[in-house]
Design a protein around this ligand. Sequence first.
Ligand SMILES: Cc1cc2nc3c(=O)[nH]c(=O)nc-3n(C[C@H](O)[C@H](O)[C@H](O)COP(=O)(O)O)c2cc1C
Length: 280
Amino acid sequence: MYVYEPSDGHGLRHDPFVAIVAPRPIGWISTQGVGGGRNLAPYSFFNAFNYRPPIIGFSSIGWKDTLRNAQETGVVVWNLATRALAERMNQTSARYAYSEDEFVRAGVTPEPGRLVNAPRVAESPVAFECKVSQIVAMRTAAGRTVDTWVVFGEVVAVQINEDLICDGVYDKAGGAPIMRGGGTEEYFTIGAEQRFAIARPCSRLSSKGQACRKPGSTVGRLFPCRRGLRQRRRLADGHDHLGEAPAVRCPHAMTAIDQTSDPLAVPDTHAFERILCDIV
Ligand SMILES: Cc1cc2nc3c(=O)[nH]c(=O)nc-3n(C[C@H](O)[C@H](O)[C@H](O)COP(=O)(O)O)c2cc1C
């Protein structure tokens, strides 16, 4: 094993830390200053941190314009960075003066938020409008302050281009989202071919006190895709699978759900809550 302690340096040509935690989704964050100036920048120390309510977070290494606006206005918008927008996203990482409009610099169109006073990137197929819930100043294990802040935002509105909604299911690969690799220039994108499914093990009873269905039983049926490109198999537990993939076996389909003829129907809220637990 190659072993190093980060405080002593990594001893390699490139720091492997950000290459190991990769690829990372990109928080392409748009904000608007109190004076009305627009700002847009990518943050790959980014992720989702809560399901209900949905909360995302990103980390500003140094006090940057996005952080300033997030603190002063209390709102941010996350935009999905896609392969088609990759070069423009990258352009917004340049160090511009606070007064510069990065929408203009990158050649993307600002569209006003519906619930928050910050613009989204009109060309991006997905946006989360967020209210800042916390800004956390980071510290080391020894309690030393670090020049880094994590901004958490509760997602109060979600906008999705309808082309990416396939019979009620969000098409994860359809927008060709991009992710940050290690190094300064590396990115990855995903497509349907990278997808595989693993059903989670079952250890609980359904809300009606019945044991989960026997592992390996197949549930669900094929649904036509809105775009007509492919079909998805929607399982009763809320998972969806590409229709052309081999039959998917689900070990933890809930009996309460199985009993309905429509796999999209949710017979009771409690069961639905349990299913949400399975998804995350
Ligand atoms: C793909 C990508 C991801 C980035 N991720 C981060 C990050 O997580 N945190 C950070 O502080 N800077 C990150 N940067 C650098 C910022 O985008 C850059 O400092 C930018 O100028 C900040 O803009 P702002 O001052 O308008 O907020 C990233 C750059 C790129 C290209």
